[in-house]
Every structure is written in structure tokens, then in C-alpha cells.
Design a protein around this ligand. Structure first.
Ligand code: PHE
Length: 458
């Protein structure tokens, strides 16, 4: 077995050893290295030896280093000691050799060669720190070893040139360590700055920011107005039972108003407890709210509603409403009209006037239809540029929404005492209001979701 195979085998065996035997095995390897360093006196052979053990061909020391490190924590004394012995071997050999041979120049040359090899192969900071320790350490270091054991004891005739060589080596190594550190720092800096580099001339990534649909914006506007006067916002199901959508609102089966509220019924399994339909208005939430809470009640209900309508510029199978309901022990018709007027002025501006006309809904009594003086022509019926106002079609008034005082019959369905409570309700068609306020002449654009339309209302 030649020397190399022997060493490699010993290194392989480190894996199988128990941790307690590792230190001895490493020290055994250190002895081998020292012996080999001793054996080579020829500079050529010395160089080869350094490459085998401390260079990268195949670099026994680094192989051992990795194995020991993977088995022992970095701070473990024995691992550091063992590795240091491995490193120290050749260096102490060169020092002695230098002394004996009285060829300090050559010894220093070898040390230089040795440390160059080590630093070049210190590919990470752990390796580097150990190598630097080998040179600089006060007790263990080669530097103090040379000055204590060699320089001080040298012949007076030799001292001068020896000191000079030693200083040169010292400076060389300090520089080598410095360059190593600087390189690592530059590498990390380069890596970070490459990562952080921003090229301001590059076009940015375009991330279009969405916005609320105009209907949602109008909902929000109306909600804000009512919340500011003490209403709270509740929401309800779009799929309803005929009881909530009709009966409890005082619309019995075969009542004529059901004709205006034809809707979509769900296909249900046979024997289902109740038919289900898409709600035709938000009014069912009046019932659901009053079933749940005792007066006082002050709520608004924004939501989507459905009717079997043929689509045209003012009709769609789906549209939006905000229901309003206020019930308490002392609510009068004055509170009702005052509240509506406050809302209309907030929404269209303080200069508009309101009026109401008698109307009919089964769940309010009396029922009214609220109108607003046309905000576009100032209630004159004539456009600013002359001619008939296109918004109110010359009528000077615009029909807004239906409302009324809650019909006492409704209280019967929710166990309110009709003799003690009173209240009002209203149902605002949002699409119509949005069309009026924002000059939109076709309700269909709300559902087509053409971004060219939506973008006009960011
Ligand atoms: N629910 C009625 C409709 O959709 C509007 C309304 C609500 C009328 C509340 C009076 C009170 O036409």
C-alpha cells in the first residue's frame, strides 16, 4: 500500500469512528503529515506534498476538515485542536529545518509557500479563521513560535537577515489575510447590489388598479348619507320564500301587484317545504329585520333584486335597490318626508325641491311616489342651451322612488303592536338614480362590464 492510499483510507475510516476516538485519529493523521513534511527536502517534492495535503489535489486536510466539522460543533475544543495539529505539522517542521540547516531563507520560503496554499484553499470563513489562527495565535501561532524559539535564540550573525526575512513574511501574510477578507466582503457586496440594483430606465410593471363599479359607488354614497343620520346597514338573501317576498308584505296570492313582480322560481326537489324565488325587491328584509328585533328599528338594505322583465334601456332582469325602514313609537309622516327630503338634498344638492304624490303599495299606507325637481334644468323643464330638458323631458320633475308609512297589517306578521308603533319605508332604485346622476342613458351598461365604460368612473 502506498502512502497516498494509506492516508485516504484513514480519512474514510473517520466516518465509522465513534466521536470519542475521532481526536486520536485526527492526531494520528497529523503525525503522518508531519512525517511526510520531514521526508521531503527537495523543493519540488515539498510543493507536491503541500498540494496533496493542503492544496486541492486531493487536499487531505480539507477532506478531514469537512468530516470533523460535520461531526463536531464548531466551538468544540478537540476538533479545533486536532485540526490545528494537522496544520501545525509542516510549519513546525520548516521552522526546525530552518534552524538546523541554517538556511532560514529557504525555511521562510517554504512557510510562505505553505500559507499561500492554505489561504488559497480557505474557501469559507471557518477555514480562513483557522488558518489565520495558525499564524497569529499568541500561544499556538507560528508567528510567535518563530520569534520566541527561533529569532531570539539565533546567532547574532544571523539575526539581522533572519529578522528581515521574517518581517517580510509577516507583512506578506497580513496582506494575504487582508486581501482574503476584502474579497469576501466585495463578493457579498456585489451579490447584494446585483440583487438590489434598480434600473430606473426600465419600463415599470404595469399593474392596473381596479375601482368600484359605479353601482357600488352609488350604494356607498347613499349608505353614507343614511348612516350619518342613524340608520344601520343590513343585508339579506337574494333567494327568498314567497312568504317574505309577498305574503308577509301584505301581498296575498293572486293579488294584482304580483303581476308587476313576476320573477324566477328555483327548480326544487319534489316535496320541498316551500317554493323559492329570486327576490323582486329588498322589502322582504323589512320583515326579516322586524322579526329579529323590537322597535326602534332604523335600517337600510342595499342589494340586488330580480324581475322577469324584457331588457331595454330602462329594464333588466336584475337591478339594485336600497330599502329603508324606520319604526318606533312616535314616528310621524313629518319624520318621513323630512328624512326623504334630507336624503334627496344630500344626494342631488341643496337647491332641489321634493314633492310626493299618492301611490299604492300593499305594505305601506298611505303610499307615495317621491319626485325631485329636475337637478339638470333647475326644475324649469328647459335645457340651459335652450330647448326641452332631455332628463325630465320638459316635465321639470323627476320621479324618484316609492315609499310610505308602514301598513299596520304588516306589523301583524311580525308581532309588533300596530296600536303602539308607527314607521315609514322606502325603496330606492339604484340603477335609475345612478343613470340620472351620471348621465347614463342605458341600464344595460351596468351589466355588460365593458372596461371602457367602467374606467370612466374610477
Ligand atoms: N318594494 C317596492 C318596489 O320594489 C318599493 C317600496 C319599498 C315601496 C318600500 C314602499 C316602501 O317597487
Amino acid at each position: 500500500m502506498n502512502m497516498q492510499q494509506n492516508v485516504l483510507e484513514k480519512i474514510q475510516q473517520l466516518d465509522k469512528l465513534e466521536t470519542v476516538h475521532l481526536q486520536n485519529a485526527v492526531i494520528g493523521l497529523a503525525e503522518l503529515a508531519t512525517e511526510e513534511a520531514q521526508a521531503h527536502t527537495d523543493p519540488q517534492q515539498q510543493r507536491l506534498f503541500l498540494q496533496h495535503w493542503y492544496g486541492n489535489d486531493p487536499g487531505y486536510f480539507w477532506l478531514i476538515f469537512n468530516k470533523v466539522r460535520s461531526r463536531a460543533p464548531r466551538e468544540s475544543v478537540w476538533s479545533k485542536y486536532g485540526l490545528l495539529q494537522l496544520l501545525k505539522g509542516p510549519a513546525s517542521e520548516y521552522i526546525q529545518w530552518g534552524m538546523i540547516s541554517h538556511e532560514p531563507k529557504e525555511a521562510i520560503e517554504l512557510l510562505r509557500e505553505y500559507f499561500n496554499t492554505l489561504v488559497h484553499n480557505a474557501t469559507n470563513e471557518h477555514r480562513f479563521l483557522l488558518v489565520r489562527f495558525l499564524w497569529e495565535s499568541r500561544n499556538e501561532g507560528i508567528k510567535s513560535n518563530i520569534s520566541e524559539n527561533w529569532l531570539k535564540k539565533a546567532d547574532p550573525g544571523l539575526k539581522r537577515s533572519l529578522g528581515q526575512n521574517f518581517n517580510e513574511l509577516s507583512k506578506h501574510l497580513e496582506n494575504l489575510f487582508h486581501v482574503w477578507k476584502a474579497q469576501v466582503e466585495a463578493d457579498t457586496e456585489e451579490a447584494t447590489s446585483a440583487f438590489e440594483k434598480v434600473d430606473l430606465s426600465l419600463p415599470g410593471v404595469h399593474r392596473p388598479i381596479g375601482s368600484h363599479h359605479l353601482i357600488r359607488q352609488v350604494f356607498q354614497e347613499i349608505e353614507d348619507i343614511f348612516v350619518s343620520i342613524g340608520f344601520s346597514v343590513v343585508e339579506g338573501p337574494e333567494i327568498e320564500t314567497p312568504y317574505y317576498n309577498f305574503e308577509a308584505l301584505n301581498i296575498p296570492e293572486f293579488h294584482a301587484v304580483r303581476d308587476d313582480m313576476d320573477t324566477f322560481y328555483l327548480e326544487l326537489p319534489k316535496g320541498a317545504a316551500t317554493p323559492l324565488l329570486l327576490r323582486t325587491h329588498t322589502s322582504p328584509m323589512q320583515i326579516r329585520t322586524m322579526e329579529k328585533q323590537k322597535p326602534p328599528v332604523r335600517v337600510i338594505v342595499p342589494g340586488k333584486v330580480y324581475r322577469r322583465d324584457n331588457p331595454d334601456a330602462t329594464h333588466s332582469f336584475a337591478f339594485h335597490q336600497i330599502e329603508g325602514l324606520a319604526v318606533d313609537t312616535d314616528i310621524t309622516f313629518c319624520d318621513f318626508t323630512g328624512t326623504i327630503e334630507y336624503f334627496v338634498k344630500q344626494f342631488f344638492g341643496p337647491s332641489v325641491k321634493t314633492r310626493f304624490r299618492p301611490s299604492y303599495f300593499p305594505f305601506t299606507e298611505p303610499s307615495v311616489e317621491f319626485d325631485v325637481s329636475c337637478p339638470f334644468c333647475g326644475g324649469t323643464g328647459t335645457a340651459a342651451a335652450g330647448g326641452t330638458c332631455t332628463k325630465c323631458k320638459g316635465a321639470a320633475w323627476i320621479e324618484l322612488f316609492g315609499a310610505g308609512m308602514v301598513d299596520p297589517a304588516v306589523y301583524g306578521f311580525v308581532n309588533y303592536d300596530a296600536k303602539k308603533v308607527s314607521g315609514f319605508a322606502f325603496g330606492i332604485g339604484i340603477d335609475r338614480l345612478a343613470m340620472l346622476k351620471y348621465g347614463i342613458d342605458d341600464i344595460q351598461v351596468f351589466f355588460q362590464n365593458d372596461v371602457r365604460f367602467l374606467r370612466q368612473f374610477p
